[in-house]
Write a protein that binds this ligand. Structure first.
Ligand SMILES: [Zn+2]
Length: 377
């Protein structure tokens, strides 16, 4: 394997993701610092939905939908949406972005989506979806706006993407680029595998900047939150000498600490088993709020199935896509309104404040039930 950014073969084997179905390894390039996964098994992954805390997580495909609200807000702030005549969406997924933006503009859309099974209804007649991988198609048109959110890390080559997309842009075009930011693995609370099989590249802010310099782009705006980095990008004709930063040492340390933290946190989860035995022996009824990746890790390390008759699982969103998680039926929170719970565990990473509010409204008006987040246990 060669580094996608600098073509170096000088790669350091940094980490083996937990639960990979493709025997994946994460390598860091010693010459430029880019982290990339190499899959030893060359088979392609099945499209089966897997609610897993491990590297095999995937195919629920609901993550992008959560992002659209923020995307539209940023775009509204930074550009005149009425002036967009043509928009390209690379990785159009369930059409969340195209459907949201088409309420605000009257532009033509082209969406590129490799998953033919995602049958989306578009209310706008000016939408054309090409069901193919970005790598395999040629589009010669120029676009005013190109949206590429949580797609770059899945592609065969970000270098190829930047070279190709540049040809679809004029000097006025804006590229909205959003990627997961590897800085999240700094968190002491790491538990779900970050280096999932579906991602080939694991970018830091520095990696993205290196690419943008090399392919003559400039950042006109950057926003970041805990998990994602969002860039608004334009082309530049700058012929200045190009400087790249190599953050190899920093990235190596980051991944080493992540590896240690994950092992530590899994040990903590295993210790939870005793506590649960104790609660169940007192005939307590327990609810896990959050049926996703964290719940799966609990099931794998605590063997929750053993206590099946005393444990319920609920989730606000996953119920729209799947019925079961780790062998448990996923309930809508409201449908469990009449069950008397003794203890509620929040097995979700985001939206904890919201979840606590909802628990109070639905189950815990008198504050009788003990509620805890798995990270404070
Ligand atoms: Zn490199």
């Amino acid at each position: 394997m060669n580094c996608d950014f600098c073509c170096s073969k000088n790669l350091y084997k940094a980490y083996k993701p937990i639960g990979s179905l493709l025997d994946t390894c994460v390598f860091i390039c010693k010459t430029c610092g880019l982290s990339q996964s190499s899959k030893t098994t060359k088979k392609s992954l099945s499209k089966k939905k897997r609610i897993s805390g491990g590297a095999d997580w995937g195919n629920i495909r609901y993550g992008k939908g959560f992002r659209v609200f923020k995307t539209i807000k940023i775009l509204k702030n930074k550009m005149n949406l009425k002036k967009i005549n043509k928009c390209l969406d690379v990785g159009s997924n369930r059409g969340e972005f195209i459907n949201s933006l088409s309420k605000l503009t009257n532009c033509d859309f082209i969406g590129i989506e490799p998953d033919k099974k995602l049958k989306t209804k578009y209310n706008n007649k000016k939408v054309k979806i090409i069901y193919e991988r970005f790598e395999n198609i040629t589009i010669s048109q120029k676009f005013d706006l190109i949206h590429c959110s949580h797609t770059l890390e899945h592609l065969d080559s970000p270098s190829f993407f930047f070279k190709k997309i540049s040809k679809n842009m004029t000097n006025k075009s804006i590229l909205y680029l959003e990627v997961p930011d590897i800085k999240i693995i700094k968190s002491k609370n790491c538990l779900e595998e970050y280096f999932i099989d579906k991602h080939t590249f694991h970018f830091s802010d520095n990696d993205i900047k290196n690419y943008l310099i090399r392919y003559n782009f400039k950042i006109i705006n950057k926003t970041s939150d805990k998990e994602n980095a969002i860039y608004l990008i334009k082309k530049t004709n700058s012929k200045k000498k190009q400087y790249f930063n190599n953050r190899y040492n920093e990235h190596k340390l980051l991944i080493e600490n992540y590896d240690k933290n994950i092992s530590l946190n899994i040990k903590r989860i295993k210790m939870f088993k005793k506590k649960l035995d104790n609660m169940i022996s007192k005939k307590q009824v327990i609810l896990f709020w959050g049926a996703g990746r964290i719940f799966n890790i609990f099931q794998n390390h605590v063997d929750l199935k053993k206590y099946k008759s005393k444990i319920y699982v609920c989730d606000e969103y996953l119920t729209n896509y799947v019925k079961f998680s780790s062998g448990f039926k996923i309930h809508k929170p409201l449908s469990l309104k009449s069950v008397k719970f003794d203890k509620i565990f929040i097995t979700a990473r985001s939206f904890e404040t919201d979840i606590r509010k909802k628990i109070k409204i639905i189950f815990n008006k008198d504050n009788r039930i003990k509620i805890s987040s798995i990270f404070s246990n």
